[in-house]
Design a binder for this molecule. Structure first.
Ligand code: G3I
Length: 364
């Protein structure tokens, strides 16, 4: 019996610190999950999520194309599991997202004859979707990314089918409909590269417009798809303080740190060029070497030290994924590379970056 107990102690890794217990009061920490986590198939990631996090975001499950694929058909099964999973584990469940230029089916913008919808009919469609989806999880989803990625890099509104069909006030309308569907839910604007001042100015302008219109906005999310050098800590700090200065909380909503080389030419490249880029840049296919592990650990530790300094302005930090096995960065901007942007490796083992984040939080 004693030998068995000893064996068990040796085999089961020590639980170690849980990030959720180390975070300062009022700042949530979470990860984006997919169907394979909320339905219990990915037991490795599930164990991590249950132990470490107190909030979850849906990486894909609640996007329009998945939850509302056809005009008269909603598919709520994965989303129901996702919300149940979070509630079962006492987590704050996040909704992502209601209005976006991607992952929205073409039918949303046209009538049965393929003709573009009038402003009124498109508004009606947006209203129905938000009312149905937000309404279904009223009181169960803590906060919603109402509009995602509406600005271009220069801070002007991005050209999109939403904007073409409704006009520049489509963002305000989305926030109005979301508040109506669940007056208690927090409402967010979410975008990447808000650490760039020009782009950030667009999001800050939106916060002011919403407040001037008497609408609800609780926080702005800088997604946090960063790399080893950009943004600088000063740029991250300015992002947090500027958002807080606009009178809302800041959040880092999709945090991951790309360790692979990227080239702007990768984006439009043809198949042949992509294969060449892949061969030249998939440099850690056999694993992240110790030196790069340490560099990643330091990058994360520095970011978390900064988050702690601004704890009063930050309400949530969410990683975009759980382990390196399933990060979207394995397939972006090139498919099939081996990236290492998260705190757990492909086997679900904590990386030096995990220990570095935990140590930073322990020293708070
Ligand atoms: O599920 C299908 C599968 O059936 C099919 O065989 C396969 C073939 O391409 O596609 C699968 O769907 C993919 C889906 O991810 C699930 O893996 C889609 O093609 C792919 O486009 C989709 O990518 C997601 C992307 O958003 C677009 O929605 C990524 O997982 C997700 O990480 C990414 O998340 C976005 C945030 O929502 C907004 N901010 C940026 C962030 C990263 O791009």
């Amino acid at each position: 019996m004693r030998i068995l107990a000893l064996l068990l102690v040796m085999l089961v890794p020590a639980a170690g610190p849980a990030l959720k217990d180390l975070m300062p009061k009022g700042m949530l920490i979470g990860a984006a999950i997919n169907k394979s986590q909320s339905d219990g198939t990915d037991t490795v990631a599930d164990a991590i999520v249950e132990q470490q996090f107190n909030t979850i975001s849906p990486e894909n499950i609640l996007k329009w194309g998945l939850v509302h694929p056809e005009p008269e058909r909603y598919d709520f099964e994965p989303a129901d599991h996702y919300v149940d999973f979070g509630q079962k584990h006492g987590m704050k469940v996040i909704g992502h997202n209601l209005v976006w230029h991607q992952q929205t089916p073409a039918w949303v913008f046209t009538d049965a004859n393929g003709q573009r919808l009038s402003r009124e009919r498109l508004l009606e469609r947006m209203h129905d979707h938000i009312k149905t989806v937000v309404g279904r999880y009223r009181g169960r989803i803590h906060g919603w990314d109402v509009v995602n990625e509406a600005f271009d890099e220069d801070g002007t509104l991005r050209k999109s089918l939403w904007r073409d069909g409704i006009g520049d006030d489509y963002l305000l309308k989305a926030f109005e409909f979301a508040r109506e569907a669940d007056p208690q839910a927090e409402l967010y604007y979410n975008d990447y590269n808000l650490w760039k001042p020009a782009k950030r100015s667009g999001a800050l302008r939106l916060v002011k417009q919403l407040k001037d219109a008497g609408l609800r906005i609780d926080a702005v999310g800088e997604q946090g798809h960063w790399n080893m050098t950009a943004p600088s800590l000063d740029e991250i700090e300015a992002t947090i303080t500027d958002i807080a200065g606009a009178g809302v909380k800041a959040m880092i909503t999709e945090l991951d740190i790309d360790v692979l080389p990227r080239d702007p030419k990768m984006f439009g490249a043809d198949l042949n060029a992509r294969q060449q880029f892949k061969a030249a840049t998939d440099i850690y296919a056999k694993g992240l070497p110790p030196e790069q592990q340490q560099a990643l650990a330091k990058r994360y530790a520095d970011a978390f030290a900064l988050f702690l300094e601004h704890r009063e302005h930050l309400s949530r930090i969410t990683f975009w994924g759980v382990t390196d096995a399933h990060t979207w960065l394995n397939n972006f901007p090139l498919p099939g590379r081996t990236n290492h942007p998260l705190l757990w490796d492909r086997q679900g083992q904590p990386k030096p970056a995990f220990a570095a984040v935990a140590k930073t939080l322990e020293g708070k």
